[in-house]
Design a protein around this ligand. Sequence first.
Ligand SMILES: Cc1cc2nc3c(=O)[nH]c(=O)nc-3n(C[C@H](O)[C@H](O)[C@H](O)COP(=O)(O)OP(=O)(O)OC[C@H]3O[C@@H](n4cnc5c(N)ncnc54)[C@H](O)[C@@H]3O)c2cc1C
Length: 399
Amino acid sequence: MSTRDTALPSSTDVVVIGGGIAGTAMAFYLAREGVDVVLVERGELNREASGTNAGSFHLQLAIHQLSGQGGDAERDRLLADARLSLEAFEVWQGLGAELDGDLDLHLTGGWMVAETEEQLKTLRDKHELEQLAGIETEVVTGDDLRQRAPYFTERLLGATYCPLEGHANPLVVAPLYALRAAQHGAVVRTHVDVLGIDVHGATGARRFTVRTSAGPIDAARVVDCGGAWAGELASLVGLRFPVRSEGLHVNVTEPRPPMFRPMIQHIGRRLTLKQTENDTFIIGGGWPSPAIAPPRRYPTSWHSAAGNTAVAVSVVPGLADVRVVRTWSGVIVFTDDFSPVVGESLAVPGFHACVSSTGFTFSPMFARQLAEQMAGPASASPFPERYSLDRATHRLEFR
Ligand SMILES: Cc1cc2nc3c(=O)[nH]c(=O)nc-3n(C[C@H](O)[C@H](O)[C@H](O)COP(=O)(O)OP(=O)(O)OC[C@H]3O[C@@H](n4cnc5c(N)ncnc54)[C@H](O)[C@@H]3O)c2cc1C
């Protein structure tokens, strides 16, 4: 599929900005619903977070990453997030069939491990919430843990196990979404930078003019799928999203005979670890790298490579002599309030967004729901208030 030379129409119903997993999924689901859609990407498809992530499905609540404020509101939010995890899991389960392709999907189950009494208590609290939400996890400690996971260090006090976790191949998913979107009639164009968005008083086809490096496109609606740059795109229509971007580091090793299959995360330290089907280990978990502005690529850091692998070895000692063969980094979007930014703006009707931090896991589900809502508003469920595009501190002045 050529995406560089595709003719760019001067008008469409929906312009999707961003060619990561969120944007390509939006283009696919919209086109499948019969909506006219143009996707523009300033670089290559899947070149940013969606193609540089660690590919894990994070369905257990990662309480250590959350606000830790406790209270009823926090509890309600966590319960709602756990329920959404189930929906994300269901979308992933059917995704290979939906896209008619092999996503290298492996539902291996996943451990979240604890080394201290405090971490173990957090795991137990988290497990209770997950049960309430209907997501299956169990707390495993002592001899049970040693028997089921002899590869863990004896220092671990316990772990939760979730059979729904696993991983898929981030190099495959967004490109396949893009291909299927094009086959359903979407225009997918790379090397087109969005430079400005004019909002007109009118509704319908002339509501927006998206000014791009390849010329203007009039559109009735726009979807911001700009990932780490979603905030910059939102500011073009005068909205301020509660997002920031950070560089993250990932390591991959040489292959070794199978040691374990479940995905492993740590409740209190920065670690995600998995052994892939080709027997290499992918080691990530949020170690930092500098986030340099595009078009420059991102440097890796010895400090992060060493720190990340040291945590991995301290949890799975059998990794001690496995050689790292490659490290890379990518840029991720974080929302300041831990909730995604998904839906339509009330302040700028017609302007939509699909932005989430654990976006490999969640973007397919959010994109599908948002596309259904855009294609037939009456039939689709609205998103919770806390996802609102308008929730940020204040609106910018229109330029
Ligand atoms: C190192 C790393 C590890 C991660 N690990 C996991 C994981 O294991 N599991 C998980 O669920 N999530 C993980 N994530 C998060 C996940 O990768 C992201 O949440 C997800 O990929 C976001 O997808 P996206 O499509 O929103 O953004 P992106 O993939 O970043 O795509 C946004 C696109 O918008 C384009 N764009 C921006 N501005 C413009 C403009 N002005 N004009 C045209 N195009 C523009 C960009 O070029 C980019 O291609 C990880 C992220 C990183 C960086």
